[in-house]
Write a protein of this length. Structure first.
Length: 297
């Protein structure tokens, strides 16, 4: 019996290996997705050593610009500024339109000149809890800062950092990692200072920053009974203006938490979580005094 034609043999070989190849590709995608979720979770929990290792494992599977960004962020938080720059440059090489990498390379240039290749790691507890960045009508608002420190000092501040609000006369100072980062814009400060004096308490975190622009989110965490009926942030965002809180937010510096931190699967939503107010919808009008009738109630 004559042997089968070579062309037919090749066809059968191709068919027999196709399912194996497809399965391997599916497994690779699944593995990468799992590692990405773990890396983002580690960064959200400020476990930067674990975040670095997980992102390195992702990069072993192939080039990945978001993973390079996340790895750079982890190195930065660990005080390894030289390594952070290397990976931001790698991210930019893979994606020349990567604004996160481009912006942070510029910031690192200032820091490297001042502190060298390595510096002090981020202090434990220096990151704001994710709950601060979740919008709640009337209890969260955004504010810009003025009277900023030098760009060199601001280079050590990152989106996602916890902000301490300190009343000082008619001004509301903002501090991060023990350093002053500016003063809360006057319209916002005037309202909050009055509520703080009457017993309210607030928490805040950095959402975005540049050399001449720093914005924070402020959240009411306690309302004194004397302030019952008084809303900290009167203007509510329209539903159409709200953006989903994304997994990337806190480690993208991205914050923008900006594009806002933040931490990369840039459009993938976290399941079962509220939405975040966009910076653009909260301006000075959000902090005007309520009508006298409401104040008196």
């Amino acid at each position: 019996m004559a042997p089968p034609a070579p062309a037919i043999v090749r066809s059968k070989e191709t068919m027999s290996f196709s399912p194996v190849t497809e399965s391997a590709g599916t497994n690779l995608v699944r593995l990468k997705r799992q590692l990405t979720e773990q890396a983002i979770a580690a960064a959200t929990g400020a476990d930067w050593a674990a975040a670095a290792e997980l992102n390195r494992r992702i990069l072993e599977l192939g080039p990945d610009s978001p993973a390079e960004n996340r790895l750079a962020k982890a190195h930065w938080e660990l005080g390894e500024l030289g390594e952070a720059r290397v990976h931001y440059q790698a991210a930019l090489a893979l994606d020349p339109t990567n604004r996160i990498a481009e912006r942070n390379i510029d910031r690192l240039r200032i820091l490297l000149a001042e502190a060298g290749e390595k510096t002090v790691p981020a202090a434990q507890g220096s990151k704001a809890p994710v709950s601060i960045f979740v919008e709640e009508t009337g209890k969260t608002g955004f504010a810009g800062l003025y009277d900023l420190p030098t760009p060199r000092q601001l280079a050590q501040v990152n989106p996602g950092d916890l902000v301490e609000l300190v009343p000082q006369g008619t001004e509301l100072l903002a501090r991060s990692n023990g350093r002053p980062i500016g003063k809360v814009e006057r319209a916002v400060a005037a309202r909050l200072l009055k509520l703080v004096a009457e017993g309210n308490k607030y928490a805040a975190g950095v959402t975005s920053l540049g050399d001449k622009d720093v914005r924070i989110i402020i959240r009411e965490v306690f309302q004194d009974p004397r302030n019952y009926g008084k809303v900290s942030f009167p203007t509510a965002a329209k539903v159409s203006d709200l953006r989903p809180y994304t997994k990337g937010t806190l480690v993208r510096e991205e914050m923008d938490l900006e594009e806002d931190l933040e931490l990369d699967e840039e459009d993938e939503e976290i399941e079962d979580i509220e939405r975040v107010l966009p910076v653009e919808v909260t301006d000075e009008e959000a902090f005007v005094e309520e009508p006298e009738e409401l104040e008196e109630s």
